[in-house]
Design a protein around this ligand. Structure first.
Ligand code: ATP
Ligand code: MG
Length: 408
C-alpha cells in the first residue's frame, strides 16, 4: 500500500510536468490519462467534455482501452458520467451493471463490458467542463481511496491546464456508422500446429466521411483487419457490418460484389498494368463497374489528366500512386482502404499523394489508412492504435492537420 502511494506521487509529478510542458495540450491530456490508467491498473479510461454552450451533452474526447466510445454522447444528467457532470461530485461505482444510472447501451454498442469505475468531475474556476472516467481494474479488484485521489489530482491538473492554455473543442454531431466491427477475431491455420490468432476481439466503428488512421507495430494485424473490412479475407468470429448489412458470414460471391461496388483499394505497390497507359488502366477497371466515373475525370481529380497517355514506366512513384488513387475512385466507392500508400515514396511525393487523398476525403469519401508514419496520423479525424490483437487506443483529432503542414 505504502509503495503504491509513493508511485502515485511520482505519477502526479509526471502528469504535472506533461501538462505544463505540453506543446499540444490534447497530446498531453491523452498521455496523462494513459499514465493514470496504467498506474491504477485500469482497463480503460476516457475524458468527457461538456458542450455547455451548445446541446448540453457530454462527448468523450480520448479513449484508452478495448472499445471505442468516441462517436457517442450523453445528456447532462444521463448515465454515470452525465450525472457526475451535472452534480459535480466524484463517483465510485462498484458494480455498474447494477447501478440505475448506468447507460448500459454503451456496453451493447461498443462490445466492452463496464464493471466498475471512478468518475471525477473536471471543474475549472467557474463550472464543470467535463469528467474523467477510469473503468474496470484489470485484476478485477475494486478501486480504493488512493486510486480516487490520483484521479482527482489528474482532474485538477487537467482543469488548470485547460484554463491556462484553452482547449478549442469543437463538438461534432454523431455521424452515421458505415463500418462496424464487434468482437472480430482472426485465426490463421485453425486446427493445425501452425494455428495463430492475430485478431483477438476488435471493436471499432467507422463513420461516414471520416478519415481514420490505423497505427501499430509490425505484425499486430493492421493489414489483416483492413483485409476483413475490404472483403478480401474472412473473419473467424465476431461481426462485420457495412452500412448496416452483415457480411460476417458472407460467401466469396457476396464479398466479390461488396468489393466491386463499395470499396476502393490503394496499396503500397501501385499494381498498375505496365502495358496499359494511365487512362487505359482506369478504363480497364471501369469495365467491371456498374456506373464508373469517367476515366479522364478521375485522372483530373488526381491532377494527372495531362499524363493520361503515359505508361507506368514513364511516371514517377508518386504519379503512379496517384493513378492508383484515380483507379480506386473509378467505382465511386463510399469507402477507400489504403495500406501504407506512401511507404515506398519519398517525402515530397508522399505529400503529393496525401494532398490528393485529402481532396478525396473532403469530397465525402470515407478513408481508412494503415501507416507506420505518426506524422500522417495528424491528418486523421481519429487515430486507432492496435496492440495485442485489439484496438488499444482511440484518439480524436479535433483539428486535423492538412497534408501540406506535415513534416518528417
Ligand atoms: N495467410 C496467413 N497465414 C498465416 N499467418 C498470417 C497470414 N497472413 C498474415 N499472417 C500473420 O499475421 C500477423 C499479422 O499480419 P498483418 O499483415 O496483419 O500485420 P501488420 O500489422 O499489417 O504488419 P505490417 O506493419 O508489418 O504490415 C503476422 O504475424 C503475419 O505473419
Ligand atoms: Mg501490413
Amino acid at each position: 500500500m505504502e509503495q503504491e502511494r509513493i508511485n502515485y506521487t511520482q505519477v502526479v509529478w509526471e502528469i504535472t510536468r506533461l501538462l505544463q510542458e505540453a506543446e499540444s495540450l490534447e497530446d498531453a491530456l491523452r498521455t496523462s490519462l494513459g499514465e493514470v490508467v496504467k498506474a491504477v491498473g485500469a482497463e480503460a479510461g476516457t475524458i468527457w467534455f461538456y458542450n455547455a454552450a451548445g446541446d448540453k451533452r457530454i462527448y468523450p474526447s480520448f479513449w484508452i482501452g478495448g472499445a471505442d466510445l468516441t462517436g457517442m454522447s450523453l445528456a447532462a444528467g444521463e448515465g454515470i458520467a452525465g450525472t457526475v457532470v451535472k452534480e459535480g461530485k466524484t463517483t465510485v461505482v462498484k458494480d455498474c451493471q447494477k447501478d440505475p444510472r448506468w447507460a448500459g447501451r454503451f456496453d451493447e454498442a461498443t462490445g466492452f463490458v463496464t464493471r466498475s469505475m471512478i468518475c471525477v468531475p473536471l471543474v475549472n474556476k467557474y463550472e464543470v467542463i467535463g469528467c474523467i472516467q477510469i473503468i474496470n481494474k484489470k485484476d478485477g479488484s475494486l478501486y480504493d481511496d488512493a486510486d480516487v485521489d490520483l484521479c482527482e489530482n489528474l482532474a485538477m491538473l487537467t482543469a488548470i491546464a485547460i484554463d491556462s492554455n484553452g482547449l478549442n473543442l469543437g463538438f461534432t454531431e454523431e455521424k452515421k456508422v458505415i463500418i462496424s466491427l464487434r468482437g472480430v477475431t482472426k485465426v490463421y491455420n485453425p486446427g493445425t500446429e501452425n494455428q495463430i490468432q492475430i485478431l483477438k476481439g476488435v471493436n471499432l466503428d467507422v463513420r461516414e466521411g471520416e478519415f481514420l488512421v490505423i497505427l501499430g507495430e509490425s505484425g499486430c494485424g493492421k493489414s489483416t483487419m483492413l483485409n476483413i473490412v475490404g472483403g478480401m479475407d474472412q473473419l473467424t468470429d465476431g461481426t462485420f457490418l457495412f452500412d448496416g448489412q452483415d457480411y460476417s458470414k458472407a460467401d466469396e460471391k457476396e464479398l466479390t460484389m461488396y468489393r466491386r461496388h463499395a470499396v476502393g483499394f490503394i496499396f503500397q505497390a501501385y499494381n498498375l498494368m505496365p502495358t496499359l497507359t494511365a487512362k487505359e488502366n482506369l478504363e480497364f477497371i471501369g469495365e467491371l463497374c456498374e456506373d464508373p466515373m469517367d476515366a479522364e475525370q478521375a485522372l483530373d481529380r488526381v491532377g494527372l489528366l495531362g499524363r493520361k497517355d503515359n505508361y507506368p514506366s514513364q511516371m514517377s512513384g508518386g504519379q503512379q500512386q496517384r493513378v492508383s488513387i484515380a483507379r480506386a475512385l473509378m467505382k465511386k466507392p463510399r469507402l477507400i482502404l489504403a495500406d501504407e500508400p506512401t511507404a515506398a515514396l519519398d517525402y515530397e511525393t508522399s505529400i503529393e499523394v496525401l494532398t490528393v487523398l485529402e481532396e478525396v476525403i473532403h469530397a465525402g469519401t470515407t478513408l481508412l489508412m494503415v501507416t507506420h508514419n505518426e506524422e500522417i496520423a495528424k491528418m486523421a479525424n481519429r487515430v486507432i492504435r492496435m496492440k495485442g490483437g485489439v484496438v488499444s487506443e482511440v484518439i480524436v483529432n479535433r483539428h486535423p492537420a492538412s497534408a501540406k503542414e506535415l513534416v518528417w
